[in-house]
Structures are given as C-alpha cells and as structure tokens.
Design a protein around this ligand. Structure first.
Ligand code: AMP
Ligand code: MG
Length: 437
C-alpha cells in the first residue's frame, strides 16, 4: 500500500506553527508497514488544495488529509475535495443535530457558521469525532481511499485511534504483517554522542546501521531501534538489540522502551526507596525543583527548594559562612557542597542537592569561564557528598538545562546503586559521566 499525506493550513506555511500532524500520521503508517511516498503542506487555498489532491490521488492507495475542517471561511478542505472528485456537497441534518448537541452539552448555543462543519461530500462515510465539532470523512475514489481529518492535534489523535487504525488493521490483515515496523527506545543522560557512537560499534556490526539511530540533544541521547518481520520476530529482534546495547552502554541507560523523562525515572527510584530530597539552586534558578515537581505525586519525595541567588541568601537561608564564600568564591566546590548539606539538614530530607555556576553570557573569568558549574549531592552518609564540576557549552538556557540534567543524573546513579540490581544490569563498565566538557 502506498500513501501520501496532505497538511492544510496557511499557518503551517508561516513560522508560528509546525506541521506535527504529519509526523503522527507517519508513525501510524510505519507501524502498519504502509509506504509513505510524499508529504505536502498547502495553505487554505481551495484551488491549490483541489489541484494537489487530484495529482496525488492518481498515484496512491491511501490519501490522508488534515486541517481545514473548521467552521470559518478559510476552512475549505471539504469544498476543495468535492471539486477534486467532481462530487456534490450537502448539509447532513443528522450531523448538524450532533454538533448542536455537543454545544448544548457544554452549555452553549451552536452558531450558524458551524453548519458548515456538517457539509458532507457525496459518497463519504462520516467519521464521528467526540473530541470536537468537525467530523472526519472517508471516501473511495477509484482504487484510492481518502481520509479527511480535523487539524486540531488531539482531535486527530482521537480519529486516528477510532477510525484510521481499525481501517488499517483490516486492510493489512490480509496482506500479512511482515512489513510492519516496530520501534523501541533507550535514553541515556549526560554522555556525549561520540562516546555513545564508539560504544555502539559492536551493535552496528551485529545488527547493521539501519535499525539503530542515535539522536543527541543537550544532556540526553536517544537510541531509536526499529525491527521488521512478524510480531514475534520484531519483538525478539528489539529485545536482542536492547540487551546488547544495554551491555555496551552500561548504567548510562536511564530508561528503556518508554519515553520517560529523567525526572520521572528519578521520581520512581525515590518512591521505591521511600527517600526524600530538597534542592538549593543558584544559577538554575529553580529549574531543578521545577523538573522534580513536574512528576505527578512529587509531594511524596520532594520537600522543597531554595533559590539562593545572592551570597546573602546563601548565608541566610542555607547557613553558608561568609568566609567560605569570600575565600572559595560563590561558584566553587566547597560552596556547592555546603549548599547541598545545608539544604539537606535544614529541610530534614534524605538527600540535598546544591547547584552553583555561571550560566552567562556575562560573569565569566579566566579561572571560571561561562558554563562552569558545581553540583553536589548530599545523602544520608555525611562523609560522602558527591560533587561534579563541569564546563557546559552553549547559551544560558542550555547551560542551565544541562546542569539540571546532570544533577538529576547524579541523584539517579546514587539511588540506583542503593537499589538491588537486576541480573542483566550486571557489573559492566560504566560510561563516563562527562559528555560536555
Ligand atoms: P483546522 O482544522 O485547520 O481548523 O486547524 C485547527 C488548529 O489545529 C490550527 O489552528 C492549528 O493550530 C492546528 N493544526 C492544524 N493543522 C495542523 C498540523 N498539520 N500540525 C499541527 N497542528 C495543526
Ligand atoms: Mg485551518
């Protein structure tokens, strides 16, 4: 089966909106082994949409269209499709009644313009949409099937699961599942892309380059895996790749087969240990506390945090002596350690994290250039405060982000060492914790 995607909306041609719907649809097509032969973006221009549809429909079996099903005059997907197919459009009173009912259930009256959303192209099957007012449509034209979906991402999501996936399931059931692609993911924190590449060399040799893709972003590496074949073959291949990569990458892998964030993984470990944490942040301005509290249920392990930006606040709120700040400097290992220990004892938590650094663009010196940060994690064992000094590249936001990432990673590794190891986690060499120096 060959497919094309058409995203409609003038905003998608500008700089403010990204066409993410095509990515969602592409992921579904991949899963069902449907070949995507083209993607296009067209503005809200009836003639241009009709021309694009005519051209594409002649070359594919499946045409997926999103956007332009709203009630306003710039929503012309319905009429453009009718033009391209040479079909009539009529208002379906049952659909009008359903739209009216949806407004009523929200305590509102339907505006007359919404009748446009009840326009149905002759021969179309209506795809009900309980997440919005505009229903989708499915049409057959020659050997091609055309789906019209609303542009609002969560409505599209809903119609994909209720209408598109069941249809693809039925279509591809007959032709077998051998071409379907299944994906898996491993995520690593605070390691460099080149380090990961080197370590993965044996995996490339064994499985080939194609099914393994390494994607780097500041402070995080994602390894995307893909496998084809029958469902059992795909699962076996993914599992074999994951196991091998886990052996190669060691404890730098913080999550497998799920798109969990680092903070969510840390939350799970804190939860499992029944441990609590507090934070003392200077250059990250509360970013670490914000990330820890993004996870639902964070009150179970996060007691609070201090943003101690000035020297005076470091002294007043965390009990760091003025002499220490004067002699070592505010951005220094002793101050980071004192912040971690100070917040831990004052808040009475199991762990305390201290962060101090120079996010830039100003404030750097030869001895302490912009991007220099000190992170300390104090735990129940008073003598074992962990400390890292790094110099992160990039602008202010990237320095701050990478700092919060490394702080979370340090805590994750400490917690992980406390948790009983699973057999396959093994005693493998660990990957360097650096990455960006
Ligand atoms: P529409 O169905 O064309 O009225 O689109 C409704 C809203 O959905 C637009 O204002 C966009 O914000 C969003 N939207 C439309 N098309 C896309 C797309 N391809 N990707 C992401 N968002 C979209
Ligand atoms: Mg639109």
């Amino acid at each position: 089966m060959r497919a094309a995607i058409l995203a409609i909306g003038s905003e998608l041609l500008g700089t403010t909106r990204l066409d993410t719907n095509s990515l969602r649809l592409t992921a579904v097509l991949e899963r069902y082994g449907v070949e995507l032969v083209g993607k296009s973006v067209i503005g809200d221009d009836e003639a241009a949409i009709a021309a694009e549809l005519e051209r594409r429909i002649a070359t594919v079996d499946l045409m997926l269209v999103t956007g332009g099903l709203g009630p306003t005059a710039d929503d012309v997907t319905r009429s453009a499709t009718a033009t391209a197919l040479g079909r009539e459009i009529t208002v379906d009173e049952e659909v009008v009644a359903a739209i009216r009912q949806r407004f009523a259930s929200l305590g509102r009256r339907m505006a007359e313009v919404n009748r446009r959303q009840a326009e149905v192209i002759a021969g179309a099957e209506i795809l009900t949409n309980t997440h919005g007012t505009a229903p989708g449509m499915r049409l057959e034209e020659g050997t091609a099937t055309i789906f019209l979906f609303p542009g609002v991402p969560h409505e599209l999501e809903h119609l994909i699961s209720v209408h598109l996936e069941p249809w693809l399931e039925a279509q591809t059931a007959a032709s077998g599942t051998a071409e379907r692609v299944e994906r898996s993911l491993l995520k690593l924190a605070c390691v460099s892309e080149s380090d990961v590449e080197q370590r993965l060399a044996p995996a490339y040799e064994r499985f080939g380059r194609d099914p393994i893709a390494v994607l780097a972003s500041p402070g995080e590496i994602q390894i995307h895996l893909a496998a084809r074949g029958s469902p059992a073959e795909r699962r076996a291949k993914l599992e074999a790749m994951r196991r091998h990569i886990r052996e190669l990458a060691g404890e730098a892998v913080f999550v497998e087969d799920r798109d969990d964030t680092l903070e969510a993984v840390v939350a799970t470990l804190l939860d499992r240990d029944g441990a609590t944490v507090s934070t003392a942040e200077s250059c990250t301005g509360g970013l670490l506390a914000e990330r820890l509290t993004r996870v639902p249920g964070s009150s179970g392990y996060f007691h609070g945090g201090v943003v101690a930006y000035s020297n005076e606040f470091k002294t007043r709120l965390l009990g760091i002596s003025e002499e220490l700040i004067a002699t070592a400097g505010a951005v220094s290992e002793p101050v980071a350690r004192a912040m971690a220990q100070g917040v831990r004892t004052r808040y009475g938590t199991d762990f305390g994290i201290g962060i101090t650094g120079i996010a830039g663009p100003g404030g750097g010196t030869d001895a302490k250039p912009v991007g220099t940060v000190h992170i300390a994690v104090a735990g129940p064992d008073d003598d074992a405060i962990e400390h890292r000094r790094r110099r992160f590249p990039g602008d202010r936001q990237r320095v701050r982000w990478q700092t919060s990432q490394l702080a979370l990673e340090m805590l994750r590794r400490i917690l992980r060492a406390r948790v009983p190891r699973s057999p396959e986690a093994g005693e493998k060499p660990t990957m360097a914790q650096t990455g960006a120096t």
